[in-house]
Design a protein around this ligand. Structure first.
Ligand code: IMP
Length: 423
């Protein structure tokens, strides 16, 4: 049985959490493959809104097993808070949530290093969520990291101390004013680790291999979006993992020839949180309306998201890099009431018209070239069938499908599980 992927195609916040939750009834296993608590996956059902950071978005479905893969980085303190928030749902966490021994741990000093690094960058800061993601992946690739499996060994505290001491010295090198009380942070960290150790640690690549052999249906859940990919995103304004399809292979131990459908999620417009280039960004009333109606605030940091028109140059790039086989369009409802909509179909790049994503998309190099489309008035949020969707929205969808050469299978018309139209 092939493993399906679900990925964000823009700068994150496309609505992956909602769609994984909607799709979980078709899967036996949901497996997160990269990122960490920089993610905020929002799910709404039965009048409850829930935000997950590290735990896969299939956790609320009784029959699904949720795997935190080797490619994920885990902060025990945040993980404990996530578990606490789940307690009232009476889920069987011990058997339904499995954690890879090869997943790396975010230490308190990783968070401090993140803060020191950002503070030292001044205006050039990445706009990191400051969850310690970059420094943890640096230790992973630098072969210094601590992994979940280390917690089963007797000398893990010694390993921790050596790494934390090294981090403290590194913080000193940044020469910035970072106030912290490490003893307090460590007390929280060690308490949270004790709780983490109550959970089930597995060799997840073996578990997934055996599950596949038994015919179990697996969905790999991505975090962030393709334009934040460490290799293919708008570097250096990116996160520190491979958010694209290949990341699911390395982040779960699934071979490339075992990948089945690739489900790509995008918003009907575009948003970005943090710094970095964003060619179609709006600084006018339209952008303000998208932000207000779309409630565009970071689920993890609460920061307002920058908003702009849909960028098809960037979206085509993401579709190709990931090999997307079906698309899901989110938040079409937010565009209701716009008289005209714009879609960026090419860039003016240093005076030349181009339709591919170039190396450098800073505002001084790139001006978007737009195609205008008619908007629609109708409120979509109560619609349940594709036949109810307004003609101008259907024309918008048809146009995108032609440009992207991939079918749009789901149109989401609101945050709730039920506000999902299948086509
Ligand atoms: P970091 O991964 O926390 O270091 O953040 C690096 C960049 O990725 C910043 O611009 C963040 O705002 C952005 N980012 C990280 N995680 C997410 C996410 O889940 N959604 C949207 N943006 C994110």
């Amino acid at each position: 049985m092939a493993v399906d992927l679900l990925l964000g195609l823009q700068w994150g916040d496309e609505g992956k959490g909602k769609i994984v939750d909607v799709l979980t009834e078709n899967y036996d296993i949901i497996a997160r493959f990269q990122g960490g608590p920089n993610a905020g996956h929002t799910l709404e059902f039965d009048g409850i809104k829930h935000i997950l950071h590290t735990i896969p978005s299939g956790i609320f479905h009784k029959n699904a097993v949720n795997v935190v893969g080797n490619g994920v980085v885990i902060d025990p303190v945040i993980f404990k808070k996530e578990l606490d928030a789940l307690k009232k749902f009476n889920l069987d966490i011990k058997s339904k949530l499995l954690i890879s021994r090869k997943a790396h741990l975010i230490l308190p000093t990783h968070r401090l290093l993140d803060a020191a690094s950002e503070a030292s960058k001044g205006k050039a800061k990445i706009g990191s969520t400051l969850k310690g993601i970059g420094p943890t992946y640096m230790d992973k690739t630098g072969r210094n990291g601590m992994r979940i499996g280390d917690l089963e060994l007797s000398d893990w505290k010694e390993k921790y101390r050596n790494l934390a001491n090294k981090h403290e010295a590194m913080i000193g090198f940044y020469n910035v004013d970072i106030q912290y009380n490490l003893a307090e942070l460590e007390s929280d960290f060690f308490k949270s680790i004790e709780e983490l150790k109550e959970l089930t640690f597995i060799d997840s690549e073996e578990y997934l291999y055996q599950a596949q052999k038994k015919g179990k249906k697996i969905l790999a859940e991505g975090a962030q979006g393709s334009l934040l990919d460490i290799d293919f995103g708008t570097y250096p304004y990116v996160t520190s993992s491979n958010t694209t399809a290949a990341g699911a292979c390395t982040g779960l131990g699934v071979a490339p020839n075992q990948i089945g459908g690739v489900k790509g999620i995008f918003k009907a417009y575009a948003t970005r949180v943090g710094s970095g280039p964003f060619p179609t960004e709006l600084f006018d009333k339209d952008g303000e309306t998208m932000g207000r109606v779309g409630n565009e605030f970071g689920a993890t940091t609460g920061r307002p998201r920058r908003c702009g028109w849909l960028d098809l140059v960037a979206l085509k790039y993401a579709v190709r890099i990931n090999g997307v086989t079906e698309l899901m369009m989110m938040k079409g409802d937010v565009l209701s009431g716009f008289k005209k909509l714009k879609v960026c179909t090419a860039y003016n790049y240093k005076g030349e018209k181009i339709t591919h994503l170039p190396y450098n998309i800073e505002a001084e190099n790139v001006t978007p070239i737009y195609t205008e489309m008619k908007g629609w008035e109708a409120d979509l949020t109560k619609m349940t069938k594709k036949e109810q969707l307004p003609d101008n929205l259907m024309a918008y969808i048809d146009f995108l499908e032609k440009e992207l050469e991939v079918p749009i299978k789901i149109v989401s018309v609101g945050p709730d599980r039920t506000q999902t139209i299948h086509r």
